[in-house]
Write a protein that binds this ligand. Sequence first.
Ligand code: SAH
Length: 352
Amino acid sequence: MAPSHTMAGGESGDSYSQHSTYQRALLEATKEKIDEAITTKLDLYFTSNSFSFNVADFGCSTGPNTFVAVQNIIDAVGHKFQEQTLENPKDVEFQVFFNDHSNNDFNTLFRTLPPTRSYFATAVPGSFFGRVLPKDCLHVGHCSYSLHWLSRVPRGITARDSPAWNKDIHCTGFTKEVADAYLDQFKVDFGGFLSARAQEFVSGGLLMLLGSCLPDGVKMSETMKGILFDCIGSSLNDVAKQGLIDQEKLDSFNMPIYVAQVGEIKDVIEENGCFELEAFEKVSHANDEFPLDAKFLATLHKVTFGGLFESQFGKDAVEKAMGCFEGKVQDSLQELANAKAGMQFFVLLRRK
Ligand code: SAH
């Protein structure tokens, strides 16, 4: 099984929980869309006076963003329940399933659960590319900023003698063989995610996917995200030149990350066939693109990808590389300002 890389745990200055406002802005910007989706597309079935409702967040990390996401959903469902039944939403029993890799820092998640929450909280550890919940139990699922993580580095791209060998650390979009290998892996993984969810959802259940993608035809390295990954690659190379990272190892290193294009995401949903695509919307939010602040960007990338790099190259080398990275970002501010726009999306799927 491929190793899993989680976000930096805990609540200290170097943690994901303290440095995820960029991701949180998307949740805030989609609150109305989530409200509307639940109001107009969700069927509530009542079997008795006490009604239980199951919500899951896939790739929840340590909080607090996941708490914002599930609260948005619960508020909207409670509101709909009240409108439909004229009953108090307190009669609904909400159960929330928090999913992430088993080595995610669930202790921080549970320690920081909102004290005023109106739901029961459960962790469902394990990769979301497989089943993590029983059949036919899920009413609303949510997944934000997680589906660009692949289950593994695509086949063929790490071997020097392969036509798909990738000397860069990510899918820049400029080499066809590499791009094809990444896309194939994305299709397998995202398709597997949808098939697993299809079994867990009740018919009519809603799945909301949020994150970053690329407009059709735009290459990763033409966007801010890609330029920043290129800066990390070049920083790791500088550290390798100083002898702190084995060059061979770096040359065969690839990030298990793929930022898909709009059409690629839609194709997988259609091919999978288990969900109706109700909406695919571009979301504008305060941080549509990254702020041009080298320190902010260095910290964001460290808490998000530091664990992945450290597992390969060790803590000291990565500390050093991230220091170089900040300098390179500072030098690239003009290029970043001129980059092609990426895209933040909100996708609404309804289980057939
Ligand atoms: N949803 C949160 C966290 C996003 S970070 C937010 O919007 O802020 C991405 C999360 O996805 C990480 O916690 C990572 O561990 C998780 N993740 C990545 N691949 C996963 C997989 N296969 N199964 C479960 N969780 C995964």
